[in-house]
Design a binder for this molecule. Structure first.
Ligand code: OGA
Ligand code: NI
Length: 354
């Protein structure tokens, strides 16, 4: 698959549509893909498993209980919330505030950072380059943080003045947290702590700030269509007052996540599914929008190095459990999302070995 040079049609910022009376045709999902927002028939909201990471520095028993909680959550949900994660509340609040201010800047200021499908870095309003695709009700800002050699400050907004330092500091804390989670996941797979560290190599990290404007007809569209995250793992900072994230549980149940104040949401990406030969699976999720208010989230993606081949680890492959996936680098794999856009779990299917 080749990288596209440009978008197939002019980009419309969803933010400019928020005050219209109706959702334009291009954002209207087919009936089977629309969310059920009726409080009577829709499923109740659910709290994802909450893991207290303070348990990792406790005694042997507490440590084991924490590990078991993580491994249970990964097997049952592919998602969990973490508390006592070490990321400072001031930075979490600061990130929300500074990026909310960014999206409130005049349009001309933001347009200076308009992105292209070449790297996706900058201000964007779609994933995928399929002409005529039905679009999602959200704008975003995407930045590559690591390896530092590919950090390109030309793409970073100069306003608000504190955005750059805030985002750098947040990125550093999140990389530390992902380092801890990497070890925990390795150990819960019955492998040595360094397993994922070696498999990821010099990791990549990027951040996508999602901005979902309020929507006149939220039952017709989605803020972000069903997808699994292509990378290694994701840590999501959500708007604690506005729900929107839904996680697929079972065949057709979408559970609305109830954010726990101060928590961060962790989920497994496709690369961990491939590396663990599906012991841990990435799980589909989507975002619903609402008529009353905008919503902001900050997704921190922690990924294997772009150029390392990713394949089921020898330690997890046996004659009874043969490798389920073909080998691909993350640089190759991420083109699926970039070219095809969100597609449920269909991208993982593209690397199945048979
Ligand atoms: C993502 C994502 C969820 C949200 O950015 O990949 O799934 O709540 N975001 O914005
Ligand atoms: Ni996602």
């Amino acid at each position: 698959m080749e990288m596209a040079e440009d978008w197939p049609e002019p980009i419309v910022r969803v933010q400019t549509l928020a005050d219209d009376g109706a959702v334009p045709e291009r954002y209207i999902k087919p009936p089977s893909e629309r969310p059920d927002l009726n409080p009577v028939t829709a499923l109740a909201t659910g709290s994802l498993p909450v893991v207290d990471l303070a348990g990792l520095s406790g005694g042997a028993e507490e440590r084991l209980a924490t590990m078991l909680a993580v491994s249970g959550a990964c097997r049952d949900w592919g998602f969990f919330q973490v508390v006592n994660h070490g990321v400072s509340p001031e930075l979490m609040e600061g990130m929300r505030e500074v990026w909310r201010s960014f999206f409130q800047l005049p349009m001309a200021e933001k347009q200076a950072y308009a992105n292209s499908p070449k790297t996706f870095e900058g201000y964007g309003s779609r994933l995928g380059v399929k002409k005529g695709a039905i679009l999602d009700w959200g704008d975003y800002f995407f930045l590559q943080l690591s390896p530092h050699s590919i950090r390109n400050y030309d793409k970073w907004p100069v306003l608000p003045a504190s955005l750059r330092a805030m985002t750098e500091a947040y990125g550093e804390e999140l990389e530390k947290l992902c380092g801890v989670i990497k070890k925990v996941l390795s150990a819960t797979l019955g492998l040595d702590e360094g397993f994922l560290h070696r498999a990821f190599g010099e990791a990549g990290a990027c951040v996508r700030v999602n901005y979902y404007p309020k929507c006149p007809q939220p039952d017709l569209t989605l803020g972000l269509s069903p997808h699994s995250d292509p990378g290694g793992m994701t840590v999501l900072l959500t708007d604690h007052n506005v729900k929107g994230l839904q996680v697929r549980k079972g065949d057709d149940d979408w559970i609305t996540v109830e954010p726990v104040p101060g928590a961060l949401i962790v989920n497994i990406g496709d690369q961990i599914q491939v590396l663990t030969n599906a012991t841990y699976k990435s799980v589909e999720h989507r975002v619903v929008v609402n008529a009353a208010t905008e919503r902001l989230s900050v997704a921190f993606f922690f990924n294997p190095n772009d150029d390392l081949p990713i394949q089921p680890a020898a330690e997890l492959v046996t004659p009874e459990a043969p490798p389920l996936y073909k080998r691909l680098t993350f640089k190759e794999y991420k083109l699926f999302m970039r070219m095809l856009g969100p597609g449920g779990k269909s991208h993982v299917d593209l690397v199945k070995s048979t």
